[in-house]
Design a protein around this ligand. Structure first.
Ligand SMILES: [Fe+2]
Ligand SMILES: [Fe+2]
Length: 139
């Protein structure tokens, strides 16, 4: 699988996790949050290790790559704050909703814009190799 399919599959997994979160609301436990946090951390780490460094080197994808990494930064800040809050805190769920919105916007932008730009800048062989590396990191 090329990097786009590998990442798209993981995006769908992340979307499902967020939906479950919103369905369960009050019954959400700390393990569920840890699972989501681990998945997001692994996903961002894989992209920042193998995907975005390649895009940063290409003229046409340099700036979009930097912007995407800044979006990861916002996600990490929110995850860190949620991690430090009690689930019973009234700020917890509003913060969670913002994390969901920010993250879903980011996934959408990667799929609709970044991947298309990357397809023009990165060879098919390279996209396949990056997919292998990313797949190993996020499985
Ligand atoms: Fe990302
Ligand atoms: Fe992603």
């Amino acid at each position: 699988m090329d990097v786009y399919s590998v990442l798209k599959n993981d995006h769908d997994r992340i979307r499902r996790m967020f939906s479950e979160f919103m369905e369960k609301k009050e019954q959400v436990g700390i393990e569920m949050f840890s699972q989501l946090k681990n998945r997001l951390d692994a996903h961002m780490k894989a992209e920042e290790s193998f995907f975005y460094p390649v895009l940063e080197q290409e003229r046409s994808t340099h700036e979009p790559a930097l912007e995407s990494i800044e979006e990861h930064h916002v996600t990490k800040l929110l995850l860190g704050e949620l991690d430090g809050l009690s689930l019973s805190d009234e700020h917890w769920m509003p913060k969670m909703k913002v994390l969901k919105e920010v993250t879903e916007h980011h996934l959408e932008e990667e799929e609709s814009t970044i991947f298309e730009q990357a397809r023009k800048a990165v060879s098919e062989q390279q996209a396949h190799d990056i997919g292998q590396a990313v797949g190993k990191t996020i499985q």
